[in-house]
Design a protein around this ligand. Structure first.
Ligand code: XMP
Length: 185
């Protein structure tokens, strides 16, 4: 697996440090620790981010899961993001924090926040580990961002390519020939 990697973009140490800092920022923005926060990680890419982040968060929380797939060439209002499995908990009247691995075109977060708004939560905020500044649209703004990165396809720390590489402990750029091989096969 490591042989498929072109370079490490963010080391496991920097990830750990930044996720801890993000948890501090998030905790400060929800000062009432007993009010209860509903965390909504977007599956599957945000699972490791979720696991590391929540262990630094001091407030009472519930976790609800939502599954979205991104696909290209779509012409629906969700523009390339499709809801595969809707939220499995009630968030009405609650503070909701959506977690995603990466903000790229914004289609995923736009779809998820619109879906959640229908359920009348008290508030909705978003936290992303990575943001590709090249494409991030003006109408989808994450409240908490781990790292701004260049426009390269990254894997590891939950992010996949064809469902592989999620278990890499760092964020890495794949070798171009891996893409080429996958496209041919
Ligand atoms: P959008 O474009 O909807 O992107 O903001 C968010 C979703 O797209 C996927 N994505 C990536 N996945 N490496 C990945 O493994 C990448 O570089 C990448 N860019 C976008 C991902 O599913 C994310 O939730």
């Amino acid at each position: 697996m490591e042989a498929d990697i072109d370079r490490v973009l963010i080391s496991r140490e920097r990830l750990a440090e930044r996720v801890r800092e993000m948890a501090g920022q998030i905790a400060r923005s929800y000062p009432d620790l007993d009010a209860g926060l509903s965390l909504v990680p977007i599956l599957s890419g945000s699972v490791i981010f979720l696991a590391d982040l929540i262990r630094h968060l001091p407030m009472k929380m519930k976790i609800g899961l939502i599954t979205v797939s991104s696909y290209s060439g779509a012409t629906t209002t969700s523009k390339g993001a499709k809801l595969l499995q809707d939220l499995n908990v009630d968030v009405t009247g609650r503070d909701v924090l959506v977690l995603d691995d990466i903000l790229d075109t914004g289609n995923t977060l736009r779809l998820v926040t619109a879906k959640l708004a229908e359920r009348k939560p008290r508030s909705i905020k978003t936290a992303v580990l990575l943001r590709k500044t090249a494409k991030a649209p003006d109408d989808v703004v994450a409240d908490f961002v781990g790292f701004d990165i260049e426009d390269v396809f990254v894997v590891g720390y939950g992010l996949d390519y064809n469902d592989h590489y999620r278990n890499l402990p760092h964020i890495a750029v794949l070798k171009p020939e891996i893409y080429a091989a996958e496209v041919r096969s």
